[in-house]
Design a protein around this ligand. Structure first.
Ligand code: FES
Length: 357
């Protein structure tokens, strides 16, 4: 009960925790008679048990909430407030533990109680919200049409074809302007993305020192970045032509077939002495330089999105988002005994979309 009759017939006294009485109803309009509102769950005994359980959970939440406040006040964490010899880290740990536990119990008890309340004490009522017609009423549509026609007539747009046509003519260049702006994207790349400056006999030199290398200058297990000789100042050429040179022990390398799309382009050995091999340094995902080499696993790693290529197996992708192996640069030894390219890359270097179109 939320109200208690005062002896002597005075106004009823409110009990704490109950809503205030609703104002006297003054609505005299007739309301359509609908089905009676169901406000109580059908199983009264079950509802009472649920009520007691929910009340117990709310009391538990209250007690835990008090514990939270007590822990906050009682457990000191500032080093200046600690007794001599007490450890500030331990004090902070104890305080955090107590606060966390108390708050967890509060939230858990409140949440569980509310859930039980809703599931077991409120009746299961299906409610459907009526929606009005989405289309406007025919009268509204006719009114809009008439207003639009009136507006067009008042503006003289329909009566003066000269003005109407010259206005439309004036807007044509504006409509075409975006097409003209496409020119700012620069010339079409043509086939330039398919080729690099490497060609048969072009010597490879080390990046930075620009030293040519003989096969014997290089120890198994090491990796070095090489560029085409004479192109060290050509940023456009270097953007595509950088290669990583890796030396293996004899017998460690496999030579898988190479494909360009679905076309088999080679199943040949492009290494020197079955041990020295060169791959494009441009990741086939989105073009970062693949700069990391794990000597023990023979994996080449791209630092951008962790694509991993198997250096012993044609730089095949074994992990990550790259869609195809690193293109391999065929190698040869020139007449002076230095490493050189035997041709350009047989596949386009860089991100895979370059192969398309
Ligand atoms: S650019 Fe190499 S993994 Fe994304």
């Amino acid at each position: 009960m939320s109200e208690i009759e005062e002896p002597g017939g005075t106004a009823p006294r409110r009990v704490i925790g109950t809503p205030s009485p609703a104002p006297a109803a003054v609505d005299t309009a007739e309301k359509p008679a609908g089905p009676a509102l169901v406000t109580d769950p059908p199983d009264k005994a079950r509802a009472s048990r649920a009520e007691r359980l929910v009340a117990a959970l709310f009391v538990l939440a209250f007690v835990a909430g008090c514990g939270f406040i007590a822990a906050y006040i009682g457990l000191e964490v500032g080093s200046s407030n600690l007794p001599a010899g007490a450890n500030a880290v331990d004090a902070a740990f104890r305080s955090n533990l107590a606060l966390g536990l108390a708050l967890s119990v509060v939230l858990l008890a409140l949440g569980t109680g509310s859930m039980i309340w809703v599931r077991h004490l409120t009746p299961n009522i299906e409610i459907a919200e009526e929606r009005h017609e989405l289309a406007s009423a025919p009268g509204d549509r006719a009114a809009f049409k008439a207003e639009f026609a009136d507006g067009a007539a008042i503006s003289q747009f329909t009566k003066r074809p000269l003005l109407r046509r010259t206005l439309l003519l004036a807007t044509v260049p504006l409509a075409l302007a975006p097409l003209v702006l496409l020119r700012d994207l620069g010339p079409l790349p043509g086939t330039s993305l398919r080729y690099t400056v490497w060609r048969k006999g072009l010597r490879a030199v080390t990046l930075g020192a620009l030293n040519p290398l003989r096969p014997g200058d290089f120890q198994p297990g090491s990796m070095i970045t090489m560029i085409p000789e004479g192109f060290q100042d050509d940023a456009d050429a270097l953007a595509k032509a950088g290669v990583i040179l890796i030396k293996f022990e004899p017998g460690q390398l496999n030579f898988p077939d190479r494909y360009n799309g679905s076309t088999l382009i080679a199943s040949m050995n492009w290494s020197i002495d079955n041990s020295l091999i060169a791959y494009s340094k441009i990741c086939t995902h989105v073009g970062c330089p693949v700069a990391l080499y794990e000597q023990t696993t023979h994996h080449i790693l791209c630092p951008c999105h962790q694509s991993t290529f198997d250096a012993t197996n044609g730089a095949w992708v074994i992990f990550g988002p790259a869609a195809r192996p690193l293109p391999q640069l065929p190698l040869m030894v020139d007449s002076d005994g230095y490493l050189a390219a035997a041709s350009d890359f047989p596949q386009p270097v860089g991100p895979s979309f370059w192969e398309r179109g």
